[in-house]
Each structure stands twice: as C-alpha cells, then as structure tokens.
Design a protein around this ligand. Structure first.
Ligand SMILES: N[C@@H](CCC(=O)N[C@@H](CSC=O)C(=O)NCC(=O)O)C(=O)O
Length: 309
C-alpha cells in the first residue's frame, strides 16, 4: 500500500493531512492464498481516506497516537472538524488519527439504502457474510492496515504508544478494538474512551442489524467477538483504563440503542472499580458534536495520562 497526500492544513502549530490510502495491485498478484489475499487488503482493493494530525513537537521526535473512530453516516472529516480535539492534542503533543467509517464504493447491492448499515456504517468489524466479506473489514483496516501504511511512510509516530476513542458506532469500535486486543494478547492500546457508545450491540437494533447483515453467524457471532459488554466479562482481571460519557438527553440513549448501563454492570461484576472503568452520565446533553466537543479536552487529557506515562 502507499499514501498519497490529498490536502494539508496548518492547525494549532501542527498539521492535519488528509491521506488517500492506495492499495497497490502487485500486492494482490503475488499472493495466491485467499486468506493472505484478504489480509493484504482489508477493503478488497478499494482506496480509502484518513486524516492524521501531527503536532509541532513531532519535529524533535516521534509522538504517541490517539485513534478517533466516528459514528454512523460520518467520514474521516467529522471528528477532525467538529470534535474540538486538535487544540488539546497539540498541547499534549499527541497525534490524532481519524479513519473513515466504512469502505466507499464497494458496489454491493443495498449498500447505500440505509444510513444505519452499509456505506458509513462499517461497525469496525471484519465481515464473514460472503456478500460483505471482501470489502467490509474495518477492524483490520484500522488496527493493522493504516498503522502499517503510516509506518511505511516514515511518519513520526511512536506506535508503541497508542490509545483509542470514538463516538456512538465509533465508541463501540473503540471499546471493542481495545478489549479484543487485550483478550488476544496484542495489547495494542493503552487506554480507551467513548462518547455515547453502542455499548451492548447484540441487544440493540443498530447492532442486531449490523451483526445479522455482516456476519455469517449473525448476532451470536457479534455477541462473541464485537460486543463490549460481553468482551469485558471475558477479561482475566487484567488492568484496564476506560472512560465513557453519555448525555441523559440523548434520544438514542433513551431509545435503547446505547445501553451504557449494561457495560457498567458487566464491568463492576467483573471487579473493575471506578478508577479502571468510569461511566459518566452528563445531564441534559444529546448525541451530537456540541456534547462531544464539550468533553473532548477531558478525553484527550485522560489518554495523555497513559500515552505519556
Ligand atoms: N441521519 C440520522 C442521524 C445520524 C447521526 O446522528 N449520526 C451520528 C452518529 S450515530 C451513531 O453512530 C453522528 O455522529 N452524526 C454526525 C454529526 O455531525 O452529528 C437520523 O436520521 O437520525
């Protein structure tokens, strides 16, 4: 793969660069094994975009990186433009990575019919339903492909210091990528935080739709592999660092799409206290970016504790 610069903007003394992630066809031709073929391109050969903020202090040495995963209908621009994360990250000397939320232009029938599924709704999983599995592998795209591309490009990022946060579907992504990387021993991320996450997707309409569509094993497979509330129950008492904020005025919370209380109960039952798992109900806030930007700096500072330790 290779990176092409699409745009560069100076911001808070650092730079926000939009990259196009391009998959080279030679990678496909030299791989005969279908499994390896899939691994060499999680999005089935489609190009993808992401934004990367690099703070000014990267001029004097590699900096830690915080991934931000956005929600349904969003793109790589949403968090960068509306989250108010960049100023606090610049002050802390932390890079920010903003991936897209799904593959674009896979050409799968029905892909663009519903804002809650398909384009803009990749759910940060690896699809196993053959209809979607060639292209819809955002889990591997975010955890492996983008970091490899950034490293290969020689950008000043220290990948021994990574953390992750996200919103709604992206909050689900952040929690599940963090927890599954603890469970599989990779320990890719030092800390996780989420705004209004879909915290128990196998028990809510958004998650059920995604799991039934993308996964050959349906909701049961999703519950096993991609449900934060189920994953936290499997942790072998390993130390964790989790912060969650949600708004009590959030219509999706009220409609039962988020279920943060289920995650909190599972974490407490597993023995995690308020220091390791903090879930805050923020009075009167809704689901949108006015809420997120109000608490954005808090989340950056939370991650800085671990990224700069
Ligand atoms: N069109 C939808 C609303 C879509 C929406 O609210 N998307 C959220 C994420 S929801 C969970 O993942 C979002 O972040 N939107 C971007 C924004 O700028 O607010 C509807 O009809 O309700």
């Amino acid at each position: 793969m290779s990176l092409e610069e699409v745009s560069v903007n100076k911001v808070f003394d650092g730079s926000l660069t939009k990259y196009k992630f391009k998959v080279r066809s030679s990678l496909f031709r030299c791989r005969q094994d279908p499994h390896l073929h899939k691994q060499s391109s999680a999005l089935g050969g489609l190009d993808a975009k992401f934004n990367l903020f690099i703070p000014a202090n990267a001029a004097s040495g590699k900096v830690p990186i915080l991934f931000y995963l956005a929600g349904l209908e969003c793109t790589e621009d949403t968090g960068a433009q509306k989250g108010a994360f960049i100023g606090p990250a610049a002050k802390e000397g932390i890079a920010l990575l903003f991936p897209d939320t799904s593959p674009r232009g896979a050409g799968i029938e029905g892909e663009d019919d519903d804002w809650q599924f398909g384009t803009g709704a990749g759910f940060y999983l690896n699809a196993t339903n053959p209809k979607w599995s060639k292209h819809y592998n955002m889990y591997t795209h975010v955890t492996v492909e983008i970091p490899q591309a950034i490293e290969a490009a020689g950008l000043p990022i220290d990948f021994t210091r990574q953390s992750i946060f996200g919103h709604s579907m992206g909050g689900h992504g952040a929690l599940t990528l963090y927890l599954s990387s603890l469970l599989n021993g990779a320990k890719q991320f030092r800390s996780v935080s989420a705004f209004s996450p879909i915290a128990n997707p196998s028990k809510c309409p958004w998650g059920e739709t995604a799991f039934k569509g993308y996964l050959a094993g349906g909701v049961a497979e999703g519950q096993d592999l991609y449900d934060a509330t189920e994953l936290v129950k499997k942790l072998p008492k390993t130390p964790i660092h989790v912060l969650i904020d949600y708004g009590t005025g959030d219509k999706f919370y009220k409609n039962g799409q988020l279920l943060p209380e289920n995650f909190l109960k599972a974490a407490r039952d597993q023995g995690y206290d308020e220091v390791q798992v903090r879930v805050r109900d923020q009075d009167g806030y809704d689901h949108g970016y006015y809420f997120i930007s109000t608490f954005g700096a808090d989340h950056i500072h939370f991650h800085a504790n671990f990224l700069k330790a």
